[in-house]
Write a protein that binds this ligand. Sequence first.
Ligand SMILES: C[S@@+](CC[C@H](N)C(=O)[O-])C[C@H]1O[C@@H](n2cnc3c(N)ncnc32)[C@H](O)[C@@H]1O
Length: 297
Amino acid sequence: MNPKPHAHLAGTVANRDNLDLLREFPDACCDLVYVDPPFWTRKRRTSAQSTNGYDDRWPEDIAEYLDYLTVRLREMHRVLADHGSLCVHLDWRAVHYVKVSLDGIFSRDNFLNEIIWTYRTGGVSKQWFGRKHDTILLYAKHRGRHTFNVRRDGAFRTEGLNYDDQGRPYKSTKNGPLYFHPDGPVMTDVWDIPFLSTVAAERTGYPTQKPLALLDRIIRAVSNPDDLVADFFCGSGTALVAAERLGRRWTGCDIEPEAVAISRARMGLSDAIHAAPTPTALDASTARLSEGNTGST
Ligand SMILES: C[S@@+](CC[C@H](N)C(=O)[O-])C[C@H]1O[C@@H](n2cnc3c(N)ncnc32)[C@H](O)[C@@H]1O
């Protein structure tokens, strides 16, 4: 049997600056790179359960942040396979600057989507509309050669339509009845997925942890089983957990020892715990790893 490509890269969570690690990765070794970098909030990000959190403090001029991210995005482009894709998760603060950088690195032709992840938690303002979405920029290394699995979600609008003898709704057309796909409409680029609640079983306590349902949806759409999924800003390891559940191989890194300890514990790696938070949450999320695919979307 042929060994899996780049087998030595898979199954690790490195405590490194991702730029140093990326420079050691060979060209074209990753099938999917998902990253959720600091958002340029210009604050230290902490939470009640986190021992340390991570740094997102920057000067008022965004140039330094953009330089830091752009040099890393160039490396991510290099390590992507021909059929691979990059997802960059940001919000209103910096996404418009980073999209321009990515157009330069990937070329505008390889832009696929600006995914809007909308949720309801967090504060509101009396001065502007509630800011209730993050943006995930999706680029292919080569549009047309990239992996894309069409997904379906939700229900068709069927009010006022005809129903056949078996109760199935259809549209009448000049060519006869037109039925709807049984799995619902093709998914669009606006995703309504709840933010992690304070009592969610998967919550690790790490600040700005993202929900597994979001990563499940991304990984299913733009990768295949056995692919290598990389997260070079892995935080609590959400992308790695989702990849494992979906039968993908994974590799991660983070500059913060606390993030690496949490990720390693979630992934069941042995030398895991230096600064682990909330053992109950970790036990719960690690236990679910062995349950197989969640089918959460
Ligand atoms: C927004 S958090 C990621 C959260 C993660 N998606 C999750 O679900 O838990 C960003 C992470 O990037 C890490 N980070 C920032 N700069 C880094 C660098 N140069 N190399 C590696 N990790 C870095 C931070 O320590 C932080 O854990």
